[in-house]
Design a protein around this ligand. Structure first.
Ligand code: URA
Ligand code: SF4
Length: 218
């Protein structure tokens, strides 16, 4: 794509309400035109879970099922995450779940819609929502599920496989918050199910999540 064809991406800021907390953010998000991803998507997928949770989990973007239902992490990756949370002793009621990008980016292929990774420019355009919701929820721990969320929140230097499972305290507007990077549940589903490789990837995700109750209590 040449410069001339690049879509306008003013970013989400001008669609953000100036006050009213999380519910005002949720109510305003459907009108966002901060980047072009709203147009082919079915609807915005804002967040789910406990708005006063101690733990926030941040994914990449809604998938096909999430786009249709308007709820994050209800498709195959969400089901795997749910199972991993149970196995790690993390109660869903203690967690707020959201995504770095709030509209589903995909490539149409026949009747199917194939997931397309959001570009850094989409993540940047959508960042005001993420920043504002995390400020409203003020979790003690933020889990970045995969590289898109990790880069959105911790910068482009982060490497999931190198940095995963390591608590990274950071000062935020809501005080000290511990960030932790782990694998995206979709990446576990993509590991070929041979020689126990997928089970190993799943166990590594569970091992990372097992640290969460201790980080919350610390
Ligand atoms: N993958 C994500 O990153 N987020 C969702 O909501 C679903 C799948
Ligand atoms: Fe707005 Fe984010 Fe949707 Fe782009 S992806 S239109 S910035 S909510």
């Amino acid at each position: 794509m040449t410069q001339d064809e690049a879509p306008a991406r003013p970013g989400a800021q001008e669609w953000l309400p100036s006050d009213g907390g999380l519910e005002a953010l949720r109510a305003a998000a459907p009108a966002c035109r901060g980047c072009e991803l709203w147009e082919p998507a079915t609807q915005v997928v804002f967040s789910a879970g406990n708005p006063t949770a101690a733990i926030a989990m941040v994914g990449e973007q809604p998938g096909d099922v999430e786009d249709t239902r308007g709820i994050p992490f209800v498709g195959p990756a969400g089901q795997l995450l749910q199972r991993a949370m149970v196995d790690a002793g993390v109660a869903r009621e203690d967690v707020y779940v959201t995504n770095a990008v709030k509209h589903f980016r995909f490539t149409p292929r026949g009747k199917r819609r194939i997931h397309a990774t959001p570009e850094a420019a989409h993540v940047a355009a959508c960042k005001p929502w993420l920043r504002a919701e995390l400020a409203a929820v003020a979790p003690r721990v933020v889990v970045c599920l995969g590289a898109t969320a990790a880069k959105a929140l911790l910068g482009s230097q982060v490497r999931v496989m190198r940095d995963r499972g390591r608590p990274m305290p950071r000062e935020t507007s809501a005080g000290t918050c511990v960030f932790m990077v782990t694998a995206h549940p979709s990446s576990v589903l993509r590991v070929p199910d041979v020689d126990g490789a997928r089970d190993e990837a799943y166990a590594a995700l569970v091992a990372d999540l097992t640290m969460l109750p201790g980080l919350v209590a610390a």
